[in-house]
Design a protein around this ligand. Structure first.
Ligand code: SR1
Ligand code: MG
Length: 417
């Protein structure tokens, strides 16, 4: 009989996993394993195991949300959905997810490649590091995973099966629905905010236009099952080295609108840019660096649209120029017209979701390290206020922003240069 679920500890891990060939093959003899718990995310345990012959990461779900504690029970099934999503996202953009070596559903445990010398992108952005290949990697990842998980690319039977599978990720979807679209807009006990923003919080409570936008976007998220999303695609879900970028932590995966992943990522970049003045006040490089971050956001959107268009022209099934149909004359113009309409709709969604991501990271439960690292409340409040202003404009008046340059222009104006 298999042992029931039990959380691992750095001291117990070798005794619990010494018999797994996937580990001994890559690490060498268990007696020589050195184990560190390094998880600093909101949900899980993460261990780095180093052995004679190599190193691995062991990730295990806890039966509660680590960020809150045992008072917030959480299903271990999230490890299963993360595993299933990682397989699909990894196949749709090969090389961008860590290699998986083992999944044990009962123990809610995955063993994967130890990415080294990679660090979490959010930490790299706080440190002011530039990553030359990142924009291309993330733009491609978004285009390939979002396009290839959709009905533009998948056969009906496969897509419906996946839709049904990921519809089971109920608990984590529920967290997103609450934390993203609901909590920041009322006096939820889970919320917390910088006291320097008390006036802004009072304004949000009375802001009907913003609440209407949040309701509209929640409906888009809940009903717009366009593709398999990563579902939590912020700068804490990307690991980077000088040349490489990897995507981790797909446990919030669900079918949803393409703009959700794109908006989550771009919002975190715009917030990282706003944090620079608070992190390094008056520093000339911090100013240059925030321009680099804004340019990165623009590059990601450009690479995304170029790659999405390429896939549309080469991998799409169906009428108007898609393959697999014997049309008398393929309608190239119609295909381009449909592509432009699709990209415009994705952009519109992207803006709205980006706007709400900013609200939830400033006023909700799960804040971001860029702002939290600014010790002075007033200085931090100034940065957070800019994020709220940009967020409101994106969510409530998306039609103001024809393209990413228009968003960056408002970010520059709010940042004073
Ligand atoms: C209780 S989970 C809080 C947040 O952490 C994750 O990274 C997701 O962003 C989630 O919303
Ligand atoms: Mg995560």
């Amino acid at each position: 009989t298999r042992p029931p679920y039990a959380p691992l500890g750095a001291d117990t891990l070798p005794d619990r996993l010494w018999h797994r060939p996937e580990l001994t093959r890559l690490l060498g003899p268990p007696a020589q394993w050195r184990v560190r718990e390094v998880g600093d995310g909101n949900l899980n345990l993460v261990f780095i195991v180093e052995g004679r012959d190599g190193s691995l990461v062991v990730k295990q779900a806890l039966p509660y949300a680590r960020v809150v504690g045992e008072s917030w029970p959480m299903s271990l099934d999230r490890a299963f959905f993360e595993y299933e999503a990682s397989l699909r996202l990894g196949a749709r953009d090969p090389g961008r997810m860590p290699t998986l070596h083992l999944f044990d559903r009962e123990q809610a445990l995955q063993v994967m490649e130890h990415l080294t010398p990679h660090i979490i992108l959010r930490k790299g952005l706080i440190a002011g590091t530039r990553y030359p290949a990142l924009g291309e990697h993330l733009g491609h990842f978004l285009a390939r995973t979002l396009f290839r998980g959709s009905d533009w690319a998948m056969e009906t039977a496969h897509r419906k099966a996946d839709l049904a599978l990921f519809a089971g990720n109920v608990e984590l979807c529920g967290i997103t629905e609450d934390l993203f679209f609901t909590d920041p807009f009322f006096d939820c006990p889970r919320n917390r905010h910088n006291p320097a923003l008390d006036a802004e919080v009072a304004t949000v409570r009375a802001d009907r236009a913003l609440k209407l936008a949040a309701l509209r976007l929640k409906a888009r998220f809940c009903t717009g099952a366009e593709t398999l999303l990563h579902g939590d695609f912020h700068t804490g879900s990307v690991m980077v080295s000088a040349q490489d970028s990897r995507v981790i932590d797909a446990e919030f995966a669900t079918y949803g609108p393409m703009g959700f992943d794109i908006g989550s990522l771009l919002a975190n970049l715009w917030m990282a840019a706003f944090s620079q003045e608070g992190l390094r006040p008056g520093d000339a490089d911090a100013r240059a660096y925030r321009r680099w971050i804004r340019d990165l956001a623009a590059q990601i959107w450009r690479v995304f649209t170029d790659e999405f268009a390429r896939l549309w022209r080469t991998e799409r099934a169906g009428i108007l120029g898609g393959h697999d149909l014997f049309e008398a004359q393929s309608d190239r113009e119609g295909a381009e017209q449909a592509l432009a309409a699709r990209l415009a709709a994705i952009w519109h969604d992207t803006l709205g979701f980006a706007g709400l991501e900013m609200y939830r990271r400033v006023l909700g439960l799960a804040h971001i390290a860029e702002f939290e690292a600014i010790g002075d409340e007033a200085a931090r409040g100034a940065c957070e206020r800019r994020a709220l202003r940009l967020g409101r404009a994106l969510a409530v008046t998306p039609e103001r922003f024809a393209d990413v340059a228009a968003v960056n222009a408002l970010a520059v104006e709010l940042d004073g240069g």
